[in-house]
Design a protein around this ligand. Structure first.
Ligand code: MG
Length: 391
């Protein structure tokens, strides 16, 4: 790995006011000898960004929203370099000299920035799963060429990554098992699901997260995106990636090896653990936060996912088997559909309908360059919005 050694690690936190970004900064704050913050990037939450700038003293910040960004620049432009607008995130990454980029932006918006950070030799602590779903081959190829690590922050992928430490582990995998909480609507039938609201969905039973991922968890699309993410991170075909519903979220995922042994990674459901591991890898840093007590956590229950009432998981497997261009379409249609659902403009069951329609109707296209991926993403968004308007 380039640049990580005995000295302080400079961090870029892309999406610093989101759930993962905030927790990544807490990890940095807990170990100031190890981490400094070079740059922060946000969408529009400049109130929280202002607090972060005072506390972490980054050299530069990026703000996508133009009005919020200009106001921030007038107030803080004398103490920090401020990039504003749609290109702010990529401009910040291009000028950065950090050792580690925490990619915690939501959606495909993070993909260009991730590629720039890799090209500049930064290790990427990756929470932005959509970047891998839409551009997995691009990201993994770029990382191989640059000789940098993609360190998973997603709890399931961190679990698998932890189970795969050791010189031979990657050659000895039989399959991986991703666990899923099942979301707030586990056990419901389609009729009931067609009436649930965004507010119902945002009440996740075990994890506290942003709105997009919480809705994705409720539809099981989150697990579908994670299957595609795992395919890219660990180089396995779809038939060697299985999903298990495990409502208590104690086992974060498992690896079965070719001798039949299964390793699991367990712990309290707390994103600080995978974030800290990604930032400190290959070491583990001591931490005094909550510990798992196996005598009180109850029985560990597992069941197969309900793909009849929650079709998004199968749609993701289908896209992965079809190839890179369908994964771009899957992701873009889902981002649009989730946005419409959050604004009460689409039924919950309409999310899967939109994605399925897009997978069938958006014409095949190349997805072998960043430009091609972004063009197909845009085309899918346009067509999906048109389709949703007649739903
Ligand atoms: Mg996850």
């Amino acid at each position: 790995m380039i640049g990580r050694g005995t000295s302080t690690n400079r961090l870029l936190v892309l999406g610093s006011t989101g759930s993962v970004g905030v927790q990544a900064l807490e990890v940095a704050a807990s170990d100031p000898d190890e981490y400094t913050v070079e740059g922060l990037a946000v969408d529009r939450n400049t109130a929280l960004l202002a607090e972060q700038v005072k506390r972490f003293r980054p050299d530069k910040v990026a703000i996508r929203d133009r009005a919020a960004g200009e106001a921030f620049r007038s107030a803080y432009g004398d103490r920090v370099r401020v990039y504003v607008g749609d290109d702010a995130l990529t401009a910040l990454c291009r000028d950065a000299r950090a050792e580690i980029a925490v990619a915690a932006v939501v959606g495909i918006a993070g993909l260009p920035a991730v590629l720039i950070c890799i090209g500049r030799g930064m290790a990427v602590a990756l929470a932005n799963k959509e970047a891998l779903v839409a551009g997995g081959a691009l990201v993994m190829d770029a990382a191989r060429r640059a000789g940098v690590e993609i360190l998973p922050v997603d709890s399931e992928h961190s679990a698998i990554f932890q189970c795969l430490q050791g010189p031979y582990a990657r050659q000895e995998i039989a399959r991986i098992l991703l666990t899923a909480s099942g979301g707030p609507f586990r056990g419901m039938g389609r009729e009931r699901l067609s009436t649930v609201t965004a507010a119902d969905a945002l009440n996740h039973p075990t994890w506290r997260m942003g709105a997009k991922i919480t809705i994705d968890s409720a539809t099981l699309m989150n697990k579908g995106l994670e299957v595609i993410e795992a395919h890219h991170l660990f180089g396995l075909p779809p038939d060697r990636i299985d999903v298990l519903v495990h409502p208590s979220s104690v086992v974060h995922s498992l690896v079965e090896f070719h001798d039949g042994a299964i390793l699991a990674q367990m712990g309290v459901p707390d994103m600080a653990v995978p974030i800290r591991y990604a930032l400190s890898w290959p070491k583990r840093r001591a931490d005094g936060s909550r510990r798992l007590d196996l005598t009180v956590c109850g029985p560990l229950c597992f069941e197969p996912p309900d793909t009849r009432n929650f079709p998004c998981l199968e749609l993701a497997y289908h896209a992965l088997r079809q190839g890179a261009d369908r994964c771009v379409v899957l992701n873009a249609a889902n981002e649009i559909a989730v946005g419409l659902f959050l604004h009460n403009r689409l039924r919950f069951t309409g999310i899967a309908e939109c994605v399925e329609w897009a997978l069938e109707h958006v014409p095949a296209a190349r997805a072998d360059s960043l430009e091609a991926v972004l063009a197909l993403d845009l085309e899918t968004r346009k067509r999906t919005i048109e389709y949703c308007e007649v739903l």
